[in-house]
Every structure is written in C-alpha cells, then in structure tokens.
Design a binder for this molecule. Sequence first.
Ligand code: SAH
Ligand code: MG
Length: 203
Amino acid sequence: MDLPLDPDSIKGFLAPEEGARLYELAIAASTLGPCLEVGSYCGKSTLYLGSACQAKGNHLYAVDHHRGSEEHQPGEEYHDPELFDATAQQFDSFRAFRSTLQRAHLEDCVVPIVASSKLAGRGWSIPLGLVFIDGGHSWEAALCDYQTWAPQVAPGGFLAVHDLFPDPTQGGQAPIDIYRLALASGLFVELPTTKTLGVLQRL
Ligand code: SAH
Ligand code: MG
C-alpha cells in the first residue's frame, strides 16, 4: 500500500488496519466498477480508498453533506471547534476535506458529492465495485444508506460497513443492524471483519 500522505495528518475516525483493509478491497473492486463512500468527514477513509482507485485507474464517489453527524454538532461528544464555520454558524468539514484531496493529489480520481446520502442516491444507476457506509449513526440515517446503496453493489462487489459493535455497551447498534439486514437479504456473503469494519461480498 502506497499512500501519498500520512493518515495521521488527517482528522477522522478510522483505524490504520481498517484503512489498509479498505485499500485492499478497493484494489480488488477496481475491475467491477467505481467505488463510493458515504461519510468522508475530513477524508481519512477517502485517502485509502482514493489512493487504491488511483493506482488502478478507477475513481471514487465521496458522498457527504459535510454538516457533520449528530455527534459532531456543537456541544456534542465529537465536536471539533476547528471545523465550525463561524460565519455560517454551521459545522463544515468540506474545506478540510478539499485540502486533504489536494495534499494527497487525489483531485483527479475523487468525485466529491456534497449532498445527503439520500439525495445523492436519487436516480443512481452506476453499478459500484465497492460501497463503504460510514455516515450518520441514527437508525433512520443508517437504514437510508443501506436501502439507497446496497442495491447498487455490482455482483462480486463489496459492501463495507463501519462501526460494528456486537456488544451494545460498546457502541450504537444502527451500523450492525444494517449489516445484519444485508446478510439476511441472502444477497451477500460475510468476509472477515477488521476491528469495527464489517465486509460483505455481493453474490
Ligand atoms: N469516514 C470518515 C468518518 C466519517 S464521520 C473517516 O474516515 O474519518 C461521518 C460523516 O458522515 C460526517 O462527515 C457527516 O457529515 C456525514 N453524514 C452523516 N449523515 C449523513 C447523510 N445522511 N448524508 C451524507 N453524509 C452524512
Ligand atoms: Mg465510522
């Protein structure tokens, strides 16, 4: 794995092992179709997925409204004051995200889609080699991501879901719930999990 930038220099929520797994999956997905992530934040996962796509002449759609999830809002546990736009009085990770793309020389293979997952998915018809879901963690947001994007995974392609906590005392259950929904659909088989990153492959 050859990264153009130190992942530690990017704010975010992804363990190095999880990033390496995403990279590996995006390489394997490259013959099947472009990759797509829901939830880019400042671009840590984008660095891994985008670099793999770039190495293979593929591209990555990076979907995020950049207004933050519930836990990123002022006063919440994961709020970062550096990402608060004082003029607009709103959270905004897009500037940091763009800076990451530029620093990592990924502007030629990452397509930022600054919109909600639901809006971005409206009328979507490109079969995807890999979908990485790491957006909102409310049940409504996670279910919407699953319903919008799981059907877009090409046969043989991957559906990766971040923040799986089999033990409910360790974290929210929405991501693992949609992971289980995907498995129960009979359309996917389970591949090994890396830390909290679950991976399914479309039959
Ligand atoms: N993958 C990132 C972390 C993502 S954090 C990393 O590697 O660090 C979750 C992101 O999902 C936030 O940036 C938030 O703005 C975005 N998000 C939450 N709900 C969303 C929705 N419904 N549509 C689009 N983006 C959403
Ligand atoms: Mg996450």
